[in-house]
Design a protein around this ligand. Structure first.
Ligand code: BGC
Length: 249
């Protein structure tokens, strides 16, 4: 089946039509800058521009950088706080005139990696961490997602939230080299390991492409694999989510 998958991020909103059988894009990806300020109405308008761009009338899956409980945004760490409490499934569906199904962006990336990427066929506990503006997490046991884990906000021994200490945005802002940022990220991974003992850790997001530059700093026991689908994972996973939800309607 073909579904429009969208990845809503702090700087860009990207969409592509996804063939959910193969996980491949049908045609080109399209990107529009995230509006500033990123209010619910402004983001919904950009989504409508995307559906018009693709001349799309079917289901839309949206990865969104917040906890999404049954279509309602519960947090908004890196977007307008106006999203908190907003039924974004409803708002986006009304604005685009297409049935929209939203989920956390890291959960979307995780679903795609477990289907088509390095997590395919992996049992046990899998933790996917997206390294970007924030640290997003997706948590699976025997392939089943526990949605909305917000483990990027766990406090570390230094009193800082994980994502305020070891995200890619912090690396850029503080102009850290890969070695010193890698040491920080390793502390975060060690905390995750102490708490959850994953059998596999998958790294996604921009910095995962540079794994070779910081892998020497990583000391956790769990095997670590960079994501296979890179920046396509969020779009593909959002499409898979929408397909599943649309069938249940
Ligand atoms: C948000 C998460 C999101 C992550 C990556 C965090 O700040 O709280 O919901 O998955 O950033 O975008």
């Amino acid at each position: 089946m073909q579904i429009l998958g969208v990845d809503i991020g702090g700087s860009g909103i990207k969409g592509a039509i996804v063939d959910t059988e193969t996980g491949e894009f049908v045609g080109e990806r399209h990107r529009i800058d995230t509006p500033k300020p990123a209010t619910p109405e402004a983001v919904a308008e950009v989504l409508a521009q995307l559906t018009s761009h693709f001349n799309w009338q079917g289901p839309v899956g949206c990865g969104f950088p917040a906890s999404i409980q049954h279509g309602v945004a519960r947090t908004a760490a890196n977007l307008s706080s106006g999203f908190i409490g907003t039924d974004i499934d409803k708002l986006f569906s009304e604005t685009t005139q297409c049935p929209c199904f939203c989920l956390n962006d890291a959960d979307a990336a995780g679903i795609a990696e477990m289907h088509f990427g390095v997590g395919a066929g992996q049992n046990g506990v899998v933790l996917l961490i997206t390294i970007g503006t924030g640290l997003g997490t997706a948590f699976f046991t025997d392939g089943v997602l526990l949605p909305n884990t917000e483990l990027g906000h766990v406090y570390m021994a230094n009193g800082k939230e994980g994502e305020h200490y070891a995200s890619d945005a912090v690396r850029k802002k503080e102009d850290l080299g890969w070695k010193s940022w890698g040491q920080r990220f390793n502390k975060y991974l060690c905390l995750m390991e102490d708490l959850f003992w994953p059998d596999l850790i998958i790294l996604g997001g921009g910095a995962s492409k540079k794994f070779d530059k910081f892998k020497q700093q990583i000391s956790v026991k769990a095997p670590i694999k960079p994501a296979a689908l890179l920046n396509q994972a969020g779009i593909i996973g959002a499409a898979l989510h929408a397909e599943a939800k649309n069938q249940k309607k």
